[in-house]
Design a binder for this molecule. Structure first.
Ligand code: ADP
Length: 650
């Protein structure tokens, strides 16, 4: 049975599924049933219009291309649940269609269009989607649940681990406590931990025990101040304060006396009272960490003492110290250094050298050059500053070098040796005087002896006694000089002893100086209390008087009379030797009794060693008396000495 065209059209039109026919290259909508128009949201006016015109919103969606593809290939296209966005009631909506594009051929087999059979599956798709969504949610929820489960499991695991960890921590704690104990034991310091509540020692290492000199059982687990009672008075209040304030107490070189192994010892200790706080922040213990620094402190004290001694020595010797930097030329001197040069503070080397005696100006450079080899500097130079007497300065220094052997600096001392130089000069002069003094009688003695030798062949009885006398006088002179020299050396060595006895002063003075009396050059006049008895070394006192009389003879040759006086006054007796000679200038008087001093400007005119009065002064002072002189130029000289009389009653 062949169906009528209209019946066919009626079937198509009545189909609940959209059916439409597109024809030609322009894709004209040749036919669209009611279901199609409903699905498209359009009316019958779209029939006869090109596809894109009928459904302008379809532009850009894959349908046009799919239609052309089917027309070009002749192969049908099937789509399931394909999305199409269509404008329905003025609103762009999303729809889903399951459809087929099938090629339509004419009788000669040429493709002239495409027929589309479609089903609107929007609802289906949406339900599926919502089911899907629900499913997803369910899945998600499941996943979440799973995650929660996992998390729970993990938490359980964690709990287990935490438990394990706790056990481990406890073990570690034990371990760390052990380590802490070990640490304390092995620490290079003395450590002792004291509990706050009862001051009991909870931890103490051997070094601490050693430091306080106590056995373990007297400290460990015992109250600290029972263990070290000697430190309680000074340190228990301090420890108490640490407990209360929570602030550490630090002591350096604390000096205390510890009873170490039963005997007291003075020690110096560096230590800390370190508060140990518990979890709540309150001080639960004090950790004492200490180190015995006694050795260090004692060594330092010893060094300080040596330094102090050196400082005192430097001060006493009035030594100036200085440092010269070779690189910068900077010279830094002590206060005494500046004082010696008298050129103000911060004087430089060149200025100092400018003030040297011209003959000594080269000595500094020379000494520094020498020091390049020896590392030591030693020289003495004369220093002249206007308005001041010449000074002799002695420089002694040590030179320091760097690794390359270049001089870096000099540390040295400078000393004013003017007095020493003067004494040295005096000594040199004395030696030449002494030689000269000895030479005169020696020459005479030699001549006398030569004369005697010659006389042996042909004795001349007249000359003989004269020559013997001359030889004898020369011999006496030599003996006298040698005696003086011996006396001085005895005085220097402190070997002069006194042999005291009672004797009559008048008698002694009467008998002394026989040689003067016999020579007749001077008259000796004795005055005063001639019956006075004294307790002294008669020989030495005689030596003093002879010396004074000899001087009067020597230095007052024209004074015919020399007065010897005895005058008792109170507790002493004054013995004087007075002449009417030339007298002595006032400026010389204070030095007359010094060693080697000779007031006579003409020097060699009157012989002498400058020792006589020095020896006299020593003898008198040894007796507890005083020696002195009253003199004025042109008025003669009155030399006197006293002897204490209270000694006489001994
Ligand atoms: P020396 O006689 O050997 O020089 P002294 O010590 O005896 O040494 O005397 C020191 C100096 O005192 C003498 O050089 C002399 O100048 C001076 N002097 C001593 N006695 C007298 C005197 N009576 N009159 C003047 N000058 C004197």
């Amino acid at each position: 049975m062949i169906l009528d065209k209209d019946i066919l059209a009626g079937l198509i039109e009545g189909s609940p599924y959209p059916i439409y026919l597109i024809l030609g290259d322009e894709l004209r909508v040749a036919l669209a049933n009611a279901a199609t128009l409903k699905a498209w949201g359009k009316d019958a006016s779209v029939i006869g219009k090109p596809f894109l015109e009928a459904l302008p919103e379809i532009d850009g969606q894959p349908f046009e291309a799919l239609l052309r593809q089917v027309m070009a290939t002749g192969e049908a296209y099937h789509a399931v649940n394909d999305r199409a966005d269509l404008i329905i009631d003025g609103q762009l909506k999303t729809f889903y269609f399951t459809f087929s594009y099938q090629p339509v051929k004419n009788t000669d087999g040429r493709i002239i269009g495409v027929v589309c059979y479609a089903t609107d599956v929007t609802q289906l798709v949406e339900s599926a989607a919502s089911i899907n969504r629900m499913g997803l949610e369910a899945i998600e929820n499941n996943a979440r649940l799973a995650a929660i489960n996992e998390a729970l499991a993990a938490t359980n695991e964690e709990l287990a681990t935490t438990n394990e960890e706790l056990t481990e921590s406890a073990r570690l704690l034990e371990l760390s406590e052990e380590r802490f104990r070990n640490l304390i034991q092995q620490a290079p310091f003395a450590i002792c931990v004291i509990r706050a509540n009862d001051l009991v020692v909870s931890e103490v290492n051997d070094r601490y025990l050693e430091l306080v000199g106590k056995a373990r059982d007297t400290l460990d687990g015992k109250p600290i101040w029972d263990g070290v009672p000697e430190a309680a008075e000074a340190y228990s209040p301090i420890m108490e304060k640490v407990f209360q304030s929570g602030e550490a107490f630090v002591a350096t070189e604390a000096e205390l006396v510890l009873i170490r192994n039963g005997s007291p010892e003075q020690v110096f200790i560096d230590f800390v009272y370190e508060p140990v706080t518990d979890l709540l922040g309150s001080v639960s213990a004090v950790m004492v960490v200490g180190i015995d620094v006694s050795e260090k402190v004692r060594t330092r004290h010893a060094i300080e003492e040596v330094e102090e001694r050196i400082r005192l020595a430097v001060e006493a010797a009035e030594i100036g110290t200085y440092e010269l930097n070779y690189n910068t030329g900077e010279l830094v001197g002590s206060a005494r250094f500046d004082e010696i040069f008298g050129l103000g503070n911060g004087v430089n080397r060149e200025t100092i050298i400018d003030h040297y005696h011209p003959d000594d100006a080269h000595l500094s450079v020379l000494a520094h050059e020498e020091a390049k080899k020896t590392g030591r500097i030693f020289y003495e130079a004369r220093y002249i500053r206007e308005g001041s007497p010449l000074k002799w300065l002695r420089f002694q220094a040590k030179v320091y070098f760097d690794a390359k052997g270049n001089r870096t600096r000099t540390l040295g001392t400078v000393m004013d040796v003017t007095v020493y130089k003067a004494l040295q000069q005096q000594k040199d002069d004395f030696i030449s005087i002494a030689s000269h003094e000895l030479k005169t009688p020696l020459t005479t003695l030699k001549a006398s002896l030569q004369l005697l030798v010659r006389m042996r062949e042909n004795p001349n009885t007249l000359l003989f006694p004269k020559v013997i006398d001359q030889a004898s006088r020369s011999m006496d002179k030599i003996t006298e000089l040698v005696d003086d020299l011996l006396n001085v050396s005895k005085i220097n060595q402190g070997h002069v002893g006194l042999k005291k006895s009672w004797f009559n002063l008048g008698d002694m003075l009467e008998k002394c100086c026989l040689h003067v009396r016999e020579s007749g050059s001077h008259e000796l006049v004795l005055e005063g209390d001639t019956s006075l008895m004294v307790f002294a070394d008669e020989h030495r006192i005689d030596q003093v008087v002879v010396n004074l009389v000899n001087n009067a003879v020597k230095y007052a040759p024209d004074s015919k009379r020399i007065f010897l006086g005895i005058k008792a006054s109170g507790e002493s007796v004054k013995i004087s030797v007075r002449d009417n000679g030339p007298g002595i200038p006032a400026d010389k008087l204070p030095h007359l009794f010094d060693r080697y001093f000779r007031a006579d400007e003409m020097g060699t005119q009157v012989s002498g060693l400058g020792l006589g009065l020095f020896i006299c002064a020593d003898i008198v002072q040894r007796h507890g008396g005083e020696i002195g002189v009253e003199s004025e130029p042109g008025q003669g000289s009155n030399f006197f000495f006293t002897l204490p009389l209270d000694k006489n009653e001994v």
